[in-house]
Ligand binder design. Sequence first.
Ligand code: NI
Length: 186
Amino acid sequence: MRSLSGLQKFLETKSAPVTVFDDKLRAFVADMHETMVESGGIGLAANQVGVTTRVITMLIPWSKSRYAEQEEKKEEWHDVKYTFINPVITKKAGKIKYQEGCLSFPEIFDFVDRAAEVWVDAVDEFGKPFQVHANGLFAVCLQHEIDHIDGIVFINRMSKLKSDLIRKKISRKGKLDISEKTAAKA
Ligand code: NI
């Protein structure tokens, strides 16, 4: 399992595309999936574990997605293990406001405005292209993770007042405490 702490400096770095699809990449992807699940996350971007390449892992368990106010119905993307390499959002539609959490900011949970639906082109760990059309939490999580590999953290999507307050709190304490909350983190 990879460490998720002390890696703040990588979070605001724009990651480079993956160009080599070899066993080393596939071992890293497997490692990311393990780290994500063991940390209780539903999504993870490579720069959250200190590697600045455009790799995202995701697995949204049906039960864990139920932190929204209303009960969600089971979607085809629930309980599916996804690996997105070099993902690109080709189309967006609608608006959604979801309470997001992040493995890199364990005690922060807040509402962020996102597109309600996104269409994404990506390749898998073998370099094979695929596309997804995402809605609900899957769309939110994809936008959260693609932001990560672009060097954008979710506190940048909040008001300046709020994100400054969070930054001040982080720099004062050095790090953030692990939250008792059980909401999904990505
Ligand atoms: Ni995150």
